[in-house]
Design a protein around this ligand. Structure first.
Ligand code: MN
Length: 186
């Protein structure tokens, strides 16, 4: 799931960032980003900063604020930190061809009992998100290892839990544009 896999999948000629590990800490806690990606299938990419890379999961239905929803999250290759501000059109023929917007971003606090990298290895992450759309406690739990490594993303029951879907705010938190706006400009 390394950055080498990120680089291998891409020609390097597309608009996406080069795959380099980021050094140095930023203030305010590790970052998270959720990108809405209209590729061959529509999905959300959920990414947590862990040890200088964005550890990534593709979530077909997107995150939910409802603790009753168990959202399937397929682990994908780590992405470089500068991917957190990437939005635009990945051209036809490139890996992941399609449109991308930054659907949410912010920082998170790990509230698990292990270091985040160790918790990832063990297959259970517990964290609190401080984003513009996603807030409060979430857990990611691995349910299948191997080639199709699969996890479940679930909202914890807390003051930020909601019954209504979070998909009712489709716009980018960076630019305000929607996926539909991107298709018109491409
Ligand atoms: Mn994707």
């Amino acid at each position: 799931m390394s950055l080498a896999e990120y680089r291998d999948k891409r020609s390097g000629r597309g608009p996406e960032p080069r795959g380099r590990r980021s050094r140095g800490r930023k203030a305010g806690g590790p970052h998270f980003v959720v990108q809405h990606h209209a590729a061959s299938t529509d999905h959300y990419d959920f990414r947590l900063e862990i040890d200088g890379v964005l550890v990534s999961w593709a979530v077909p239905k997107g995150p939910s604020a409802n603790p009753r929803d168990k959202r399937m999250a397929r682990r994908t290759e780590d992405h470089p930190m500068d991917y957190e501000t990437f939005e635009g059109v990945i051209p036809e023929g490139e890996y992941g061809a399609g449109r991308v917007i930054v659907w949410d971003r912010g920082t998170y606090a790990d509230d698990g009992e292990h270091e985040t990298a160790e918790a990832l290895e063990r297959g259970h992450l517990s964290f609190t998100l401080d984003g513009e759309k996603l807030r409060g406690g979430y857990a990611l739990t691995r349910i299948r290892q191997g080639k199709d490594e699969t996890w479940l993303l679930v909202k914890k029951s807390d003051a930020e839990a909601r019954r209504r879907p979070v998909g009712d705010r489709p716009e980018s938190v960076l630019s305000g544009q929607t996926l539909d706006d991107l298709s018109e400009s491409s």
